[in-house]
Design a protein around this ligand. Structure first.
Ligand SMILES: [Zn+2]
Length: 79
């Protein structure tokens, strides 16, 4: 699965566009929105909707880590 160069989202292959530049560097874009933002020279750290998706990912990872930790504690208690 390619990862979008701009918003760092993983997407299925038939979706999105792949741009190969003259210096043979490859850029993957999940949507035309990401491609156009990159062409306009915007930084992905400064764009609000990219940061929002990062925050959502972080929260999900934290929740999963907490759940795993709780499971391990349960195992220790059962023994
Ligand atoms: Zn994207």
């Amino acid at each position: 699965m390619p990862v979008c160069t701009f918003c760092k989202n993983a997407y299925e292959f038939p979706k999105g566009t792949t741009v190969v530049q003259k210096d043979s560097s490859v850029r993957f874009f999940c949507s035309s929105k990401c491609r156009k933002n990159m062409e306009m020279g915007r930084l992905n750290k400064k764009v609000k909707w990219v940061r929002k998706s990062d925050i959502v990912k972080d929260e999900k990872e934290k929740r999963e880590a907490a759940w795993k930790a709780r499971q391990e504690i349960d195992k220790v208690v059962k023994k």
